[in-house]
Design a protein around this ligand. Structure first.
Ligand SMILES: Nc1ncnc2c1ncn2[C@@H]1O[C@H](COP(=O)(O)OP(=O)(O)OP(=O)(O)O)[C@@H](O)[C@H]1O
Length: 249
């Protein structure tokens, strides 16, 4: 069984269709990037897949046992240290108190957080460090599926790159499957096994491209060349940088 299967998913907000006839599969241990123009319904789809929004139509089969979500905003509790933020997630997940410390250390190691950082409050941490804490909080529950909703869009280029490497390393280490929403085709090529492109108006998946090799195996020159090839020669990617396509209808 796949980690995730979406069948004929459709959704509408206030009678306005947002998604229709979406079919998408994510295999076990597979990272699928979902790209599409702004407003095409990517966030809605990931929220449906994660069970945060009930789809109006279709069926979802989940072959994973524990999920986590990472958003653009780290959403840390400001009154709690990084360690406590991760610990709360473990408590919510039902992890016994005696096991929490070891799980926090394990997740901090995967997210490359130092011991000092764990004792700091969110306000004392940089944007990048806060996002590391959010990643550690997600990894601490040992998810076998992670939903990423444009997690690195707000970060500068160098930091973004480090975070992507971190996700690639963690995916290899922890073997989770993931659905990763991004606007950035370079990011999709760097991180994913396959790239799915959502139709401009959310009417189906326009197409899927499988990437050769494992994630993290592609060097910068290969990633750049592939991005250029996709954008210049593959009609599937023609509209992915369109903005607010829906509003122009
Ligand atoms: N809670 C909501 N209530 C009403 N309309 C919504 C809601 N959430 C999203 N929409 C609308 O649904 C459409 C799809 O939005 P969604 O955020 O899913 O797209 P997206 O592809 O993730 O966009 P972006 O890349 O800009 O984040 C948009 O027209 C948006 O305005």
């Amino acid at each position: 069984m796949n980690a995730l299967t979406l069948e004929r998913i459709g959704h509408a907000y206030f009678g306005q269709a947002v998604l229709a006839d979406i079919h998408l599969e994510v295999g076990r241990g597979e990272v699928v990037a979902l790209v599409g123009p702004s407003g095409s319904g990517k966030s809605t789809l990931i929220q449906i897949a994660a069970g945060l929004v009930d789809a109006r139509e279709g069926r979802i089969r989940r072959g994973f046992s524990r999920q986590a979500m990472i958003f653009q905003e780290p959403n840390l509790m400001p009154w709690a240290t990084a360690r406590e933020n991760i610990g709360f997630a473990l408590r919510r997940a039902g992890v016994a108190r005696r096991d929490r410390q070891a799980r926090i250390e394990e997740a901090a190691w995967l997210a490359e957080l130092e011991g000092d950082d764990l004792g700091k409050y969110p306000v004392e941490l940089s944007g990048g460090m806060r996002q590391r804490v959010a990643i550690a909080r997600a990894l601490a529950v040992r998810p076998d599926f992670i939903f990423f909703d444009e997690p690195f869009t707000a970060l500068d280029v160098a930091l973004k790159r480090r975070m992507q490497d971190l996700v690639i390393g963690a995916a290899r280490e922890a073997h989770f499957a993931a659905l990763f929403i991004t606007h950035d085709l370079m990011e999709a090529i760097r991180i994913a096994h396959r790239i799915a492109v959502l139709d401009v108006r959310g009417r189906g998946i326009a197409g899927v491209r499988a990437l050769e090799g494992g994630t993290g195996d592609r060097n910068e020159a290969e990633i750049f060349a592939l991005r250029q090839r996709f954008l210049e020669t593959d009609p599937l990617f023609r509209h992915i940088h369109d903005v607010d396509e829906r509003k122009r209808r």
